[in-house]
Design a protein around this ligand. Structure first.
Ligand code: HEC
Ligand code: HEC
Length: 360
């Protein structure tokens, strides 16, 4: 019995081993057959998925471009000076105003034909296309919004006063007499440029673009790199720009140094500078085709405005301390933040401080 049983279990064992081997072979066969199929399926699925993603991202990009183009088309556009629809004197005055803005140095610069009042820059160096380019620091909203209260002077300012602000600060010069033909012409031109804008309105595309605040403090070293790579060819290593062969007008205007805007000028505020360059510099950049990232615009603004430039007595500016803009770099302030943070950020905590103060 025992023997038979022994033999029987031996055969059983063999049978079991064979069965197990068969099973393993079967499983291996299944894997061998399935694996390539799976791999093929999987890779074609992945390829399809990638194609689908690419298609979506192209669509997304097209959609984004379309939106931006629509946005661009809706930006404020300046009217064209048309001699046939104006009186002769009106036309002459407006045209002279335009001429003064494009060729300021020729009339009012250090060797000016009319008077020597300014540093040699043109209004147009900062108010592009004679103050008519969308987001090019244009005059679109001026006629519609002046006279208005301005916190910098703490008083109501009319257009004449605002023009003289730029004469004394951006052009680091002297004011124009209010009754001069030059002042009348500048005013007439600026009013003409804004003549289609409703009173009190500030159309999209007028003035300077408001960039969102960056989260971190700005980095002047990174700004210097941007400057070296994207600005230096025109504005030069020492920031002094290049004059044309005649030596009267700048081909490339200065960004710092004795002939640049002074510390009281709008561009000396880093948010104004960054908002100006983002869609205008390097020359050729536009709203549709910017050439700087927002971060680059902020950092290059910080770098340029950390360089030396003419000073101005600012003791009468911002008479109401709490109305100083967040990025005005000179104290005293109605808040606990240091000058360095006002200049280079982060700006949001300062903004929040005043918001909470108002609420509380
Ligand atoms: C160095 C650059 C620069 C130059 C040169 C310059 N400006 Fe300005 N101007 C600015 C900046 C910056 C502002 C402020 C824009 C802002 O804060 O949104 C400004 C504002 C103005 C405004 C008010 C705009 C508004 O919407 O409130 C007028 C008007 C003006 N400038 C006229 C002139 C005239 C006229 C000249 C030439 C005589 C001139 N500017 C030269 C930079 C300049
Ligand atoms: C290809 C030449 C060129 C390059 C590169 C260039 N700019 Fe300009 N920039 C100009 C010209 C030209 C003007 C004056 C525009 C006008 O008069 O129409 C100007 C004007 C300016 C102004 C206002 C006027 C002033 O002098 O204050 C600022 C600010 C400025 N550029 C900043 C920059 C910055 C920052 C960069 C680099 C990111 C840059 N630019 C790169 C040619 C250039």
């Amino acid at each position: 019995m025992n023997n038979i049983k022994g033999v029987g279990s031996e055969t059983d064992l063999k049978l079991q081993t064979i069965k197990r081997s068969m099973l393993i072979i079967q499983v291996m066969l299944v894997i061998l057959v399935m694996a390539p199929g799976y791999l093929i399926l999987n890779s074609s699925y992945l390829a399809w998925k990638k194609k689908e993603e690419d298609r979506k991202s192209v669509l997304g990009k097209l959609e984004e471009e379309k939106k931006r183009k629509q946005e661009n088309d809706a930006l404020w556009q300046a009217p064209v000076i048309d001699s046939t629809t104006m009186g002769k004197d009106e036309y002459a005055l407006i045209n002279y105003g335009r001429e003064l803005i494009t060729n300021t140095a020729f009339y009012l610069g250090p060797k000016g034909k009319v008077a020597a009042l300014t540093n040699g820059m043109n209004c147009q160096n900062c108010h592009l296309d004679a103050g008519s380019r969308p987001w090019g620091n244009n005059y679109g909203a001026v006629y519609a919004t002046y006279p208005k209260y301005r916190a910098r002077s703490g008083s109501e300012e009319d257009i004449n006063r605002r023009i003289n602000d730029c004469m004394e600060r951006s052009l680091n010069g002297k004011a124009l007499a209010l009754d001069s033909r030059e002042m009348q012409a500048l005013k007439a031109y600026i009013e003409f440029i804004g003549s289609s804008v409703h009173k009190g309105e500030k159309p999209q595309g007028s003035g300077i673009y408001e960039l969102p605040y960056p989260e971190k403090a700005l980095d002047t070293l990174m700004g210097k790199t941007v400057y070296t790579e994207k600005c230096v060819s025109c504005h030069q290593l020492n920031g002094e720009g290049i004059k044309d062969a005649g030596g009267i007008v700048y081909t490339y205007p200065p960004l710092w140094g004795p002939h640049s805007y002074n510390e009281g000028a709008g561009l000396f505020r880093i948010s104004r500078f960054a908002g100006y360059v983002i869609f205008n510099m390097p020359q050729g950049a536009t709203f549709l085709h910017p050439q700087l990232t927002q971060e680059e615009a902020w950092n290059v603004a910080a770098y340029v405005n950390s360089q030396p430039r003419p000073k101005l007595d600012l003791s009468k500016d911002w008479p109401v301390m709490s109305e100083k803009p967040v990025d005005h770099p000179f104290g005293p302030y109605a808040d606990p933040f240091p000058e360095s943070q006002h200049k280079y950020g982060p700006y949001q905590p300062i903004k929040d401080f005043y918001k909470n103060k108002k609420k509380g």
